[in-house]
Ligand binder design. Structure first.
Ligand SMILES: Cc1ncc(COP(=O)(O)O)c(C=O)c1O
Length: 437
């Protein structure tokens, strides 16, 4: 037990050896500084905006791309550009960042949640048809933690029911399903480029489509509902609702510079993830993610599953996970919780706090009474309970850090008595706190 860093032993991961994301270099700095020199600081026709759109659409393989100022904006454009609006339903997974569902609400449409695949944590295609009603207009699969959804069956269901498919690829730049890149499979798709994402520009988003009409409408939504044509007199006429979703040139320049290194950075993430998964397979108590054979994830987050039964514990997994994480943190291994409940269990849905006054659920166009309940999504609840994400499984970190991680996992999982002690201590502390209240 004394071997563990928590009880005074040496750390498995040397202090200062974990580097943050994204890796920056002189080319990034030069790209941003060149914007100052150009003195072109904004506009949808600014040179870096136009070039980024061309370069990203080439990377994804789609016809059209629009740069915008967040992933949420890109998703809202992806929903609204297909004509989805008041009274329409859009099917979304219960396990996602809630911005996916917010993008549906932003256009007064109604998110209808569906549970996830038990092993691959994306929307479960087998559950989609049961959620389709005569109000359903689209399915919105989310390629979560960099794992592409099982797009074949999803596209088939959409075709059968004449629905659109909107992708949320905010966490999955470059991920592939059946050899096809996400963003080039769906009707429209949104990507985020905020600080943590595989393609990072600090803050930002990208909208992709092969549909010319959706591209045109999304362009209007991005800029106040107007049609602004570079080089022509501005009409100053809004054709409908629009937002201010333009991106900044500094951000565009930075994003272009990062995009050049996206393939090599994704390859590093994949190399580290495959190494970890192979190693964790042999460590009782923890496991890496399951990857179905038709999918090529880009590991936005590397997730770890905690399996107490492998160490002979018959305890709730959350209790084991908390004890293990405490010991692992002392070793220098950071693990975090991504989402705590299914999205429909969040207050905004449970209490139907949209625009206030029950809107959009009691909007005259809707006319259906629904209720959101977290407990309706058991696979999501189980997934959240069992998993954490492992920090820093990306460059500029190296395979050496991954080896240190493996050594730390081996050390901690090799000390079940210490884990038992930590679980007992947590129980005692919980009892004491209940007694004092
Ligand atoms: C799955 C998912 N969807 C949507 C978003 C929203 O992106 P942004 O924060 O750029 O608006 C995020 C990012 O946080 C996300 O992870």
């Amino acid at each position: 037990m004394q071997n563990l860093a928590l009880f005074g032993g040496p750390r498995a991961v040397a202090e200062g050896s974990v580097k943050t994301w994204p890796p920056l270099n002189q080319a990034d700095r030069d790209a941003v500084m060149a914007v100052f020199d150009s003195n072109i600081l904004h506009g949808t026709a600014a040179p870096n905006a136009v070039a980024l759109q061309k370069e990203f659409s080439e990377y994804i393989g789609c016809k059209y791309c629009l740069v915008t100022n967040s992933g949420t904006a890109a998703l809202h454009m992806a929903v609204a550009s297909l004509g989805i609006g008041p009274g329409d339903e859009v099917i979304v997974p219960a396990f996602t960042y809630w911005s996916t569902a917010a993008a549906v609400l932003h256009h007064n449409a109604i998110p209808i949640f569906v549970d996830i695949e038990p092993d691959a944590f994306c929307i479960e295609p087998k559950l989609i048809e049961a959620a389709i009603t005569d109000r359903t207009k689209a399915i919105l699969p989310v390629h979560i933690h960099g794992m592409p959804c099982n797009m074949g069956p999803i596209m088939k269901i959409a075709k059968k029911h004449k629905l659109f498919v909107i992708g949320d690829a905010c966490q999955a730049h470059g991920a592939k399903c059946d050899g096809k890149t996400v963003g080039n499979i769906e009707d429209t798709c949104g990507f985020s480029t905020n600080r943590s994402k595989n393609l990072s520009s600090g803050e930002g988003g990208l909208f992709c489509t092969n549909n010319e009409d959706a591209y045109r409408v999304a362009g209007m939504l991005r800029e106040f509902g107007e049609v602004v044509v570079h080089g022509e007199e501005r009409e100053y006429n809004a054709y409908g609702m629009g937002w201010m979703y333009r991106a900044h040139e500094f951000v565009n320049a930075f994003c272009r510079s990062q995009l050049k290194r996206l393939p090599e950075n994704n390859a590093k993430r994949q190399e580290f993830a495959q190494f970890l998964t192979a190693e964790l397979r042999n460590i009782p108590g923890v496991k890496g993610p399951h990857t179905p054979p038709n999918r090529e994830p880009v590991y936005f987050n590397y997730i770890v599953r905690f399996v107490p039964s492998e160490l002979g514990f018959d305890v709730p997994v959350e209790k084991f996970k908390a004890a293990a994480q405490k010991a692992l943190a002392a070793e220098g291994i950071g693990l975090g919780q991504w989402q705590r409940t299914p999205v429909p269990a969040q207050s905004v849905f449970r209490d139907m706090q949209g625009y206030g006054k029950g809107c959009p659920w009691n909007c005259a166009h809707y006319g259906r009474k629904i209720q959101y309940r977290g407990e309706d999504f058991p696979a999501t609840i189980k997934f959240i309970a069992e998993h954490s994400y492992l920090s820093a499984v990306y460059p500029p970190n190296t395979l050496d850090l991954m080896k240190q991680y493996v050594a730390g996992f081996k050390k901690v999982m090799g000390e079940p008595k210490a884990l038992k002690r930590l679980m007992d201590e947590a129980d005692k502390a919980a009892k004491a706190s209940t007694a004092s209240t």
